[in-house]
Design a binder for this molecule. Structure first.
Ligand code: PRT
Ligand code: ZN
Length: 286
């Protein structure tokens, strides 16, 4: 019987949608209509298990699942033996130390002798140890941000994304101790057959990620500026240049990295490019 790769994803919560969207973008069809615990994909040899995020590293370590999509924060906090394979680009946040906005604590050294509330005692204690700060950790499982107001702690260490929870609780960040995003973790002893399925899944995931970081560019360029415009747009190999019906002009097609985007567009315009179209790329295989 041929094997299937068991993937653990969060059952509900902040990572559920990103995980399902990524599988879909990889062309993997999963129907979780009846809120089931496990679902077989109809067109790829994977089975998806829906679990609480905190349990995913342990299930992957213990081979209940073969791989999992989970936040790096959870992987580092739970300290299970799993391989970190690939960052997935969603669920981005940071684990930060925050203190009351108008209080006396200003820097992390002020935390000496103080109490810090967190749901991440392992990550926090290794940070404190490295930084040489001697503080007491109060482990609490939720609503960490209210701890200073109710007198349970002097500071907190919690996940932040927009910062609005800290703002409404009159707290301010003084240190980021971990930047986190969703990551694909794997059991360290996959069978050869499962490794092949994982490689094929990773190929798809990387193509999706690459496509998201790049845009397709189409523009019209005067022929006497083609050299410089082509240099600005290196493309996957080199840009495609096609003559326009109007003489003296060409159409240039290429791929541009998201991070260079605005910078390059300005230079293209300054060099006479017109009718610039930017189109999202669905998959990119190089
Ligand atoms: O039920 P289950 O145990 O599976 O879910 P959960 O409630 O433990 O986790 P969930 O769904 O809240 O978060 C899952 C993962 O999403 C986390 O482990 C992180 O990897 C990631 N993530 C990304 C976040 C945030 N952003 C985030 N902002 N997890 C939590 N938060 C919380 C934070 O704890 C704080 O309460 O959101 C609040 C701050 O948000 P801002 O936008 O106000 O700064
Ligand atoms: Zn959780």
């Amino acid at each position: 019987m041929s094997e299937t790769l068991k993937i653990a994803v969060q059952k509900s919560g902040r990572l559920y949608e990103g995980s399902m969207k990524l599988l879909k973008e990889c062309g993997i069809e999963i129907s979780n209509g009846n809120n089931q615990l496990r679902v077989l994909a109809s067109n790829f040899p994977v089975e998806v298990f829906f679990l609480r995020d905190d349990d995913i590293p342990e299930y992957v370590q213990d081979s209940v699942a073969d791989i999992g999509f989970v936040g790096e924060n959870v992987v580092y906090e739970t300290k299970k033996q799993v391989d970190c394979i690939e960052k997935l680009g969603f669920g981005k946040c940071r684990l930060s130390v925050a203190v009351p906005k108008n209080g006396t604590l200003k820097t992390t050294t002020d935390l000496n002798g103080r109490r810090i509330a967190t749901s991440y005692p392992n990550i926090l204690s290794s940070y404190l140890e490295k930084a040489g700060i001697n503080a007491t950790i109060h482990e609490i499982s939720g609503s960490v941000e209210i701890a200073p107001r109710i007198g349970l702690a002097d500071a907190i260490c919690d996940l932040v994304s927009s910062g609005s929870t800290l703002f409404t609780n009159e707290l301010k960040e003084i240190e980021t101790i971990l930047s986190s995003e969703s990551i694909l973790i794997s059991n360290s002893n996959l069978s050869d057959e499962k490794k092949i399925i994982l490689e094929s899944l990773l190929f798809r995931i990387r193509s999706v990620k690459k496509a998201k970081n790049n845009k397709y560019v189409l523009l019209n360029a005067p022929n006497n500026k083609l050299d410089i415009i082509c240099k600005l747009l290196p493309g996957m190999k080199s840009p495609t240049v096609l003559p326009l019906a109007e003489s003296g002009w060409s159409s240039v097609h290429s791929v541009i990295n998201e991070s260079d985007f605005w910078n390059v567009i300005e230079k293209l315009k300054a060099n006479g490019a017109q009718g610039i179209l930017i189109i999202p790329i669905e998959k990119m295989i190089v």
